[in-house]
Design a protein around this ligand. Structure first.
Ligand code: SAH
Length: 394
């Protein structure tokens, strides 16, 4: 097996079981491994550290598969990792029309591998050179274990380019998916387009937080910023919200939001969809003095890299400032950031600065994160990317 030897002292993070090694820590590559090939990683002193996938074009040159010198990275390895990940999700699997993440990459010991389940279908993403190399094995094992109706691939994420991989999507096994699947989430049902929707089709990480909104929704006039297909909106309306206004820049997402309203038996007067830029629409509402009882802000990742930190932080501050201006006295704000580089402390500082500039006193009444089907391995803090606050403004 090819070997990668690290520079002196650079084994520390692997010894703590963090799964990544950056290219700057590599001293020598022996045996000419190809992209995604399994290599043995050794310290400068020659001690075994892990078996990892090698990615020559990525800044993350190595992603550890196993820290156990006795464990081969073959079919048995993938079977046991997949069985464990799926076993942990047993409670989620009981509902035949439910949806959940089955494999959460590094945090489930399978770097680069994402598997989401939507009713009878599985959607896979293979985002690293190592996961790409073992894709066939992983897909066929999943098929045997879960007997899904079909397996579809959505490896069309930009991060693949960093790994030297082209984006790819398409039908892999079993039946091809219908144009729209129906999933159930608590009291709501949603249409999911796994071929063309964002990510793998739906933002499963927000499932618990959407359900949490129900507790604040009765009789409320709600603004749902960055609505996608209306997940938060439908939960609010099912829980008795007076009216919800969705804002999203994607017409396809809003078209599905309308169909989701119909699917859930909600009258058309309950939901207004505005196609546009949240920043601009909120400014317009501020200028026309429109106000709301409950506001949700669930923007896309504003901070993609360290160099975007201050610009992205300003984006979060701007939308939160506007939201505090639009909130009625006693109103509630659900505000999120899915930028891993914005930690919870920084996010709180941003939201606090926004409230201050809006002239509002506000409290955090609950801290939110991604759902339990998106676990974070303790030794992989990068896995905890989603943070949110429920704030009440005086
Ligand atoms: N809350 C949603 C998920 C939101 S994902 C849910 O529960 O399903 C972020 C959404 O923001 C995407 O639908 C994307 O189309 C939209 N978006 C991105 N930038 C935007 C902008 N500047 N203005 C409005 N919508 C935007």
């Amino acid at each position: 097996m090819p070997q990668v030897i690290l520079k002196s002292g650079r084994q520390k993070s692997l010894l703590r079981r963090h799964p990544w090694v950056f290219s700057g820590a590599v001293e020598k590559v022996e045996g000419d491994p190809g992209p995604g090939e399994t290599v043995e990683v050794l310290s400068h002193e020659g001690e075994f550290l892990c078996r990892a996938a090698y990615s020559p074009s990525s800044q993350i040159a190595l992603r550890a598969w196993t820290f156990d010198a006795g464990e081969e990275v073959g079919p048995e390895f993938f079977r046991s990792r997949l069985e464990q990940a799926i076993g942990f999700r047993a409670p989620f699997l009981k509902l035949s029309d439910g949806a959940c993440r089955l494999v959460n990459a590094e945090s489930d010991g399978l770097p680069g591998v994402i598997v989401d389940r939507y009713a009878g279908f599985l959607v896979g993403q293979f985002l690293s050179a190592g996961s790409e190399r073992h894709r066939g094995e992983i897909v066929s094992q999943l098929f045997q274990m879960l007997s899904p109706v079909g397996v579809y691939e959505r490896s069309d994420a930009d991060v693949r380019l960093k790994e030297g991989l082209e984006p790819r999507s398409g039908h892999l096994l079993g039946e091809p998916p219908p144009p729209l699947l129906v999933i159930r989430e608590k009291t709501c049902r949603f249409l999911v387009d796994i071929e063309h929707g964002q990510k793998t089709g739906f933002y499963l990480d927000q499932a618990d937080n959407r359900a949490m909104l129900a507790g604040y929704a009765e009789g409320a006039e709600v603004l749902n910023g960055f609505s996608y297909t209306g997940g938060f909106a439908i939960h609010a309306l099912k829980a008795g919200a007076g009216r919800v206004t969705n804002i999203d820049s994607s017409p396809a997402a809003l078209a599905l939001a309308t169909r989701n309203r119909e699917l859930n038996g909600i009258d058309e007067r309950g939901l207004e969809n505005i196609e546009g830029d949240v920043f601009q629409v909120l400014r317009r509402f501020r200028d026309s003095r429109r106000t709301f009882d409950l506001i949700v802000l669930d923007p896309p990742k504003f901070v993609e890299s360290q160099s975007r930190l201050s610009r992205g932080s300003r984006g979060y501050k701007d939308i939160n400032l506007l939201a505090f201006k639009l909130l009625r006295p006693g109103g509630v704000l659900f505000t999120f950031s899915c930028s891993g580089l914005v930690g919870p402390d920084l996010f709180q500082m941003i939201v606090a600065a926004a409230a201050l500039d809006a002239g509002r006193n506000a409290q955090i009444i609950r801290v939110l994160t991604q759902g339990p089907d998106h676990p974070t391995a303790l030794h992989f803090p990068e896995g905890a990317y989603l943070k949110g606050f429920i704030c009440r403004a005086a």
